[in-house]
Design a protein around this ligand. Structure first.
Ligand SMILES: Cc1cc2nc3c(=O)[nH]c(=O)nc-3n(C[C@H](O)[C@H](O)[C@H](O)COP(=O)(O)O)c2cc1C
Length: 383
């Protein structure tokens, strides 16, 4: 019997035990030397919070609205590809946990569960994340499907002009390489993790990409999928395509993957409703600046322009949410933590992890002498 998880590291350890090595490596790894992956976490932790005492904090307000959606705390679940391969019908389980708790869930394009499956299982519409494909007919169709299932927000990811080199995936053949030897090692790893094999491999169809099924019907291996991604993901995408996108999608758009002030200004000029300051969780440009370091300049540059600014990468605790708010973000997105909680405990795991984030946020806020998360500002960080 394992100890109950109480921190990110605990959830990660539980997920590691449960998942075959190639899947754990796929989630846990970053690109290149993983410098940015490490920096993301360290940059939040370097920020020190100021403690104030003897102020009435008996009633702490932490709820907010993010791009027009209610959020019980300033947090949304980030889009994570293959999320449904980590637990049976994993995206449905996470979406149900997010709905019950009251925070937005983002379904990515390369998900296992299709948007129609997640919508049928939930009452609250979720956010939908998209990449630009070369075949704009597919993009149009995906947007129409997302509208049909009433997704209120489009998260459009712009930091994947090319797929970053993730060495864990190369080692495990998750990039489609490695041939028979890598495939045999993956089978061995599945057999060594019988709980995952029974829950997901045998009963969960983890290799069918729900949203993309109509467009890549012949994908039976990772190599098939990777070949399709390389052919379809459009490295030629520019700001003009974002203007095109605006005409296709009537609702709010969040541009995800902004790290520089000039790009943030351009996003505002083009008329999107918000941005996510992100480096894809350290999975794309290795050596890129940590999001906590990029955030203050961007929020300063966008002050008064009415955009929602979210940030992700390395958020590991409730007090990291306070740090993000102190640097001007409206809220955070979180990737690996919900995925590990899902891998370890499914819907109940995600629900417990969300409860822990809430508890940490409210508790730290109170210990800072604050009764409302909306009041957190730069002055609440120590010099
Ligand atoms: C395994 C994995 C798959 C991801 N897939 C996607 C994706 O399909 N679309 C996307 O926009 N971001 C994707 N991301 C990036 C996340 O949305 C988010 O930016 C990142 O995980 C935040 O960093 P964190 O994991 O440190 O919280 C993925 C991240 C991980 C870890």
């Amino acid at each position: 019997m394992s100890r109950p998880a109480a921190s990110f590291d605990d959830w990660r350890a539980l997920a590691r035990r449960r998942l075959p090595g190639f899947l754990f490596g796929y989630v846990d790894g970053g690109s290149g030397d993983e410098q940015t992956l490490r920096d993301n976490v360290a940059a939040w932790q370097q920020l020190r919070l100021r403690q104030h005492v003897l102020r009435d904090v008996s009633d702490c307000r932490i709820a907010t609205r993010l791009v027009g959606c209610d959020a019980r705390l300033p947090l949304a679940l980030a889009p994570v590809g293959l999320g449904g391969a980590l637990r049976r019908r994993g995206e449905v389980q996470a979406a149900l946990a997010a709905q019950a708790f009251g925070v937005p869930f983002t379904l990515c394009t390369p998900s296992i569960c299709s948007m129609e499956e997640v919508r049928a299982a939930t009452a609250t519409p979720f956010w939908y994340q998209l990449y630009m494909m070369r075949d704009r007919g597919i993009v149009r169709e995906l947007l129409q499907r997302a509208q049909a299932v009433q997704c209120p927000v489009l998260v459009f990811t712009v930091d994947l002009a090319r797929v970053g080199q993730r060495r864990a995936d190369v080692r495990h053949g998750m990039d489609g390489g490695g041939g028979r030897a890598a495939a045999l090692r993956r089978v061995g790893s599945v057999l060594a993790h019988p709980r995952w094999a029974w829950d997901v491999a045998l009963r969960g169809s983890p290799l069918v990409f729900g949203n993309l099924r109509p467009y890549l019907p012949k994908a039976t291996t990772l190599a098939d999928f990777r070949t399709w991604v390389d052919a379809q993901f459009d490295a030629g995408v520019t700001w003009q395509d974002i203007e095109w996108l605006r005409a296709q999608w009537p609702g709010p758009i969040l541009l995800k993957g902004i790290l520089e002030v000039d790009d943030a200004r351009r996003a505002a000029d083009i008329g999107v409703q918000g941005i996510v300051v992100s480096n894809h969780g350290g999975r794309q440009l290795d050596g890129a600046v940590a999001t906590a370091a990029a955030l203050p300049r961007i929020t300063e540059a966008l002050a008064g322009r009415g955009l929602t600014v979210l940030v992700d990468g390395g958020i590991r605790s409730g007090h990291d949410i306070i740090r993000a708010r102190a640097l001007g973000a409206d809220g955070v997105m979180v990737g690996r933590p919900w995925v590990y909680a899902n891998a370890a405990g499914g819907q109940a795991g995600v629900a417990r992890w969300l409860g822990q984030m809430e508890h940490e946020l409210a508790s730290s806020l109170g210990l800072m002498g604050l009764a409302d998360v909306a009041r957190v500002g730069r002055e609440h960080l120590a010099d």
